[in-house]
Design a protein around this ligand. Structure first.
Ligand code: AMP
Length: 204
């Protein structure tokens, strides 16, 4: 890691529907800029795999494609923020509701941090379905476990949840002057370049 990346930092939200590529792009930002990815989806899947009480409670909700409660995901993020040092956080799949957005703002304030950019990744719904069904098929072919919510039925619910509860965040962050949008439909490295430029600008 260069001194440059060590001294500059930014906290960034990746916003967009399921399958838009938030996780893939967050991973690239981790590799290139030394940031830390905070994915509530990954945290919840870990809780489920560990067999904890909370994991058992959320498993069915997640498989169906519904959102888990604000209280649970805010608790997960609060714990990570309190225990992680980072050259910036990438929030991937959080916040997903206005209550979560408010909670994130006060959690960051509490630790003397700020939110530096909210990047909306845009893509056609048809492509999302193809990507998610493709992700399930690839995993199956490679003998890897398929996500319980990577099927057409759950995807429909995940998309409805996104438009109903998460997409209002686009207007909310736009009004705050924090929103940037990028096209999520190109090649992975093209999108990564565009995203990287926005994040570096936010670090300045
Ligand atoms: P993801 O990996 O981000 O697609 O999340 C998978 C599933 O985990 C979602 O469909 C929800 O059931 C749950 N989940 C992840 N993040 C959140 C969140 N911020 N708020 C509520 N539910 C979430």
């Amino acid at each position: 890691m260069t001194t440059d990346t060590l001294t500059r930092t930014a906290n960034v939200i990746l916003l967009g529907p399921p399958g838009v590529g938030k996780g893939t792009q967050a991973q690239i930002l981790v590799d290139q800029l030394g940031m830390v990815q905070l994915s509530t989806g990954d945290m919840l899947r870990e809780a489920k795999a560990s067999g904890s009480e909370m994991g058992k409670r959320v498993a069915e909700v997640m498989a169906r494609g519904d959102l888990v409660t604000d209280e649970i995901v805010i608790g997960l993020i609060e714990e990570k923020l309190a225990n992680t040092e980072a050259a910036g956080f990438i929030f991937d799949g959080f916040p997903r509701t206005l209550a979560q957005a408010d909670a994130l703002e006060s959690l960051l304030q509490k630790t003397g941090q700020s939110l530096d950019a909210v990047i909306e990744m845009q893509v056609d719904d048809e492509i999302l379905v193809q990507r998610i069904v493709g992700r399930a098929e690839q995993a199956k072919a490679a003998g890897q476990p398929v996500r319980a919510d990577d099927n057409e039925e759950s995807l429909k619910i995940r998309l409805t949840e996104y438009y109903k509860k998460t997409s209002p965040l686009i207007g909310y962050y736009h009004a705050k002057g924090a929103l940037k949008s990028i096209n999520g439909m190109g090649q992975i490295d093209e999108i990564a370049q565009g995203l990287g430029a926005i994040v570096k600008e936010a670090m300045a």
